[in-house]
Ligand binder design. Structure first.
Ligand code: PLP
Length: 425
């Protein structure tokens, strides 16, 4: 693994100028290569530009602020092969939720010990698959899962997932998973009786968490369960602090979490995490083609607005609007013959603002990306829009509804020399 140490100076501005230029050039080159009047069906499909340098910077930022926590990237968030390859090179582990995620990671040559099957309610055949391939670390939160584990994988290294207060998170998980603290003693007793190997505690404060105190409470609760386990005769050695980290408030979260870990868990206790969104959200930009436009004239008000129909929507990569409560921000990439991304960044402004609503390509009325936004340009069929921060929970949950593709091209760039070298870009 390449040495990534805490002396690395992280650029203040994460979306560095270098990154902006690289991403802009990649967007422009691809759009210019498409002639909408002659291209084959689908050549003008939406596409991503992924800056692997951003993933690399996020990793350095993690090492700097949460050095004690070994990240196990949550593959579900974005199983992009190059993101996984870069993270593998950087030495992270992987959190997998299913047989195919485990298989994808193992096929990259990753040791099974770097994988945690972090799904408390698992498919039996997947548990058999994990057992056959030596993926020992897995989570549980109920008695039935313990009986299943006893039958299928008695050597598994089990993490007891506990309930958290996820009320301040974007996607709440604790209504579905996590043992309450009044049930953990019974679960540990049962595990002991079944001669299973419980090695640690896991939690998840909810995806897109915003309250650092949730981490403090979860660490305190984990300590409580460690003590319970030790009284019952287990020697727990690992705490899994889950995911929930975002780019925006990461330093504040990390400060509370690492402070709590230092207070409640001595240094010999291993700490792992399962960040997903944190690594990839800002690394992916998507460009979409305007395939149709409807002019909406309001005779009473004397105004004109437009409905724009794009070739991607909530059944595709904008699935994050439905499943991940996101509000992607549309911006104009190309209008007529002009590329506007650069002009916008240097302060492009206009007194006339035109209102738009932005829709996806399917026949369904819920397929709307933005009910209302304004641009200073008159956007028409054939123009391109782009959306930043489209790396998390987007393409992984895209469907083929209405026959549209669920597989969009990704153009990779790297704004960090470290990532460029590792990936041979
Ligand atoms: N770990 C588990 C068990 C999860 O369910 C999830 C997301 O749902 C993650 C990790 C990743 O969470 P995030 O993307 O918020 O870091």
């Amino acid at each position: 693994h390449i040495p990534v140490d805490n002396t690395y100076v992280i650029p203040d501005n994460y979306g560095s100028e270098n990154a902006n230029i690289l991403i802009g050039d990649a967007l422009k080159a691809r759009v210019e290569a498409v002639d909408q009047d002659t291209c084959a069906a689908g050549e003008e499909d939406a596409f991503f530009v992924a800056d692997l340098g951003e993933v690399y910077r996020q990793h350095l930022r993690w090492k700097k602020n949460l050095g004690r926590v070994k990240p196990h990237y949550a593959v579900k968030c974005n199983p992009d092969p190059n993101v996984l390859r870069l993270l593998a090179e950087l030495g992270t582990g992987f959190d997998c939720a299913s047989k195919s995620e485990i298989e994808q990671v193992l096929k990259m040559g990753i040791e099974p010990s770097r994988i945690i099957y972090a799904q408390p309610c698992k498919t039996k055949s997947y548990v058999r698959y994990a057992a056959q391939h030596g993926v020992k670390q897995m989570t549980f939160d109920n008695a039935d899962e313990l009986y299943k584990t006893k039958q299928l994988f008695p050597d598994a290294e089990l993490f007891l997932r506990i309930l958290t207060d996820d009320s301040a998170s974007l996607c709440r998980l604790s209504q579905k998973f996590g043992a309450s603290l009044d049930s953990t003693a019974d679960l540990l007793e049962l595990a002991k009786k079944l001669e299973l190997n419980v090695v640690g505690v896991a939690f998840h404060v909810g995806s897109g968490a915003s309250d650092p105190k949730a981490f403090l409470k979860a660490v305190q609760d984990a300590r409580f369960v460690f003590d319970q386990a030790s009284a019952i005769g287990f020697h727990m050695h690992t705490i899994d602090v889950g995911g929930g980290f975002c780019g925006e408030n990461f330093e504040a979260m990390a400060a509370v979490l690492s402070g709590a870990l230092d207070v409640y868990f001595p240094p010999h206790i291993r700490v792992i995490g399962e960040p997903g969104r944190y690594y990839v959200s800002t690394a992916f930009t998507i460009a979409c083609h305007v395939i149709a436009r409807r002019t909406v004239a309001d005779a009473t008000l004397g105004t004109t607005s437009y409905m724009l129909y794009l070739n991607d929507g909530v059944y595709g990569n904008f699935s994050s609007i439905i499943f991940d409560h996101q509000n992607p921000v549309p911006q104009v990439l190309k209008c007529g013959n002009r590329f506007l991304r650069d002009t916008k960044r240097s302060g492009y402004d206009s007194p006339t603002m035109i209102e738009y609503s932005i829709w996806g390509p399917t026949c369904d009325g819920i397929d709307v990306i933005s009910q209302s936004c304004v641009f200073s340009e008159t956007v028409d069929v054939g123009d391109w829009l782009y959306f930043e921060n489209m790396g998390a929970y987007t393409k992984c949950s895209a469907t083929r509804f209405n026959g549209f593709t669920d597989s969009h091209d990704v153009i990779y760039v790297s704004s960090e020399p470290g990532a460029t070298a590792l990936m041979g870009l």
